[in-house]
Write a protein that binds this ligand. Structure first.
Ligand code: AMP
Length: 337
């Protein structure tokens, strides 16, 4: 087990090359409630592996969120069905989990992933990886898993990266950098992005499909949420909750509210934002911070994780109001004194 979060980038590229060269059947997956980085990374990698003549299948626990389906024009993103697909997982030579580091986030695939005799790999950029695979390809400095995938593919053979592969990578980098504005957006990110644009990626097309094709219900729900945002701790923390009733009344599914947390935090003086989403089976929390405030420490207290400035947690079987009170009280621990 290669258990080092400090692996050099060269080591990651070497390991990737070795795994690809010495295997034939690949299964790729990502976390529950997948985002643009997980899905874009999967699409880029599966398309590349197929170009190399490998067998590659993408199996996800979750259905692809509707605003990402435009990327999947070859129907490569499959929702895992244990009856039909468990053997594929068990028979694979290599299982690659992208953009995740905790087997619990595989949900229905977890059992088969862990049981499989395949070589297991994660490609990820999140903190606090759990020890469940043979090769942890982790780069904590990378702004997106898709950027790591780009590096791996470019090092293997950059000539094989075409427009369809570039679209997946671009989507991952764009979404995980908050459209090129989060702190890890450096010159290198823009240089990689320039290469992707040169391959034919259309930034307007990707952004428009992801963020500007919302339902009326989502837009109205955003308005409802914005009118309910509260401040605490002298205006340093903003918080807001969305109930199941609000989701249902507006005909909105949980995936549709992914970026609401950022809107709730766009307030002068706010350094921490807490966004609570009531689910059928509990509460999902999104944590965001600005500067040197480690929201991942707060997320960890609730069994979640992520990055210093963006983390999440899912709390099964809890009540919304009580959860808001508890997390808000605990937020004091991460605020600067
Ligand atoms: P979200 O608030 O769901 O957009 O998540 C923000 C970040 O935290 C993303 O990078 C997620 O991958 C990560 N994250 C979200 N939920 C969890 C969880 N339950 N456990 C670990 N990491 C999470």
């Amino acid at each position: 087990m290669e258990n080092s979060e400090e692996q050099s980038r060269t080591k990651i590229l070497d390991t990737f090359k070795h795994i690809v060269d010495s295997n034939r059947k690949f299964v790729l997956t990502t976390h529950v409630n997948p985002d643009g980085d997980g899905l874009g990374s999967e699409l880029a990698l599966t398309r590349y592996l197929k170009k190399l003549g490998k067998q590659s299948v993408v199996l996800n626990h979750s259905e692809t969120p509707s605003n990402h389906t435009f990327l999947d024009y070859h129907n490569e993103l499959k929702q895992f069905d244990p009856e039909k697909d468990s053997q594929t997982v068990l028979d694979a030579d290599v299982l690659i989990a992208l953009d995740m580091n905790n087997p619990g986030r595989l949900r229905s695939i977890e059992k088969y992933f862990l049981e499989s005799k395949a070589k297991k790999v994660i490609i990820d950029h999140h903190l606090e990886a759990q020890d469940f695979v043979d090769h942890q390809l982790i780069d904590l400095d990378s702004p997106a898993t898709a950027e790591m995938v780009y590096r791996c593919l470019a090092a293997y053979d950059s000539n094989l990266i075409d427009k369809e592969i570039a679209e997946g990578i671009y989507t991952g980098i764009m979404t995980d950098t908050g459209s090129f504005r989060f702190p890890r957006t450096d010159g290198e990110v823009h240089r990689i992005t320039a290469n992707l644009l040169d391959l034919g990626v259309d930034p307007f097309y990707i952004y428009h499909n992801l963020y500007e094709e919302n339902s009326l219900g989502r837009t109205r729900l955003l308005g409802e949420m914005l009118s309910k945002v509260e401040l605490a701790y002298d205006g340093r923390v903003s918080y807001v909750a969305i109930t199941l009733e609000q989701l249902n009344r507006n005909g909105v599914v949980p995936d549709d509210v992914d970026n609401f947390v950022n809107q709730a935090g766009a307030i002068a003086g706010v350094i921490v934002t807490l966004f609570f989403l009531e689910m059928e089976d509990g509460v999902k929390i999104s944590f965001r911070s600005k500067g040197d405030v480690p929201v991942n420490e707060l997320a960890k207290m609730y069994g979640g994780g992520g990055h210093k400035n963006a983390s999440g947690a899912r709390l099964p079987g809890v009540k919304l109001d009580e959860t808001v009170r508890r997390v808000l009280a605990d937020a004091e621990r991460i605020l600067p004194k």
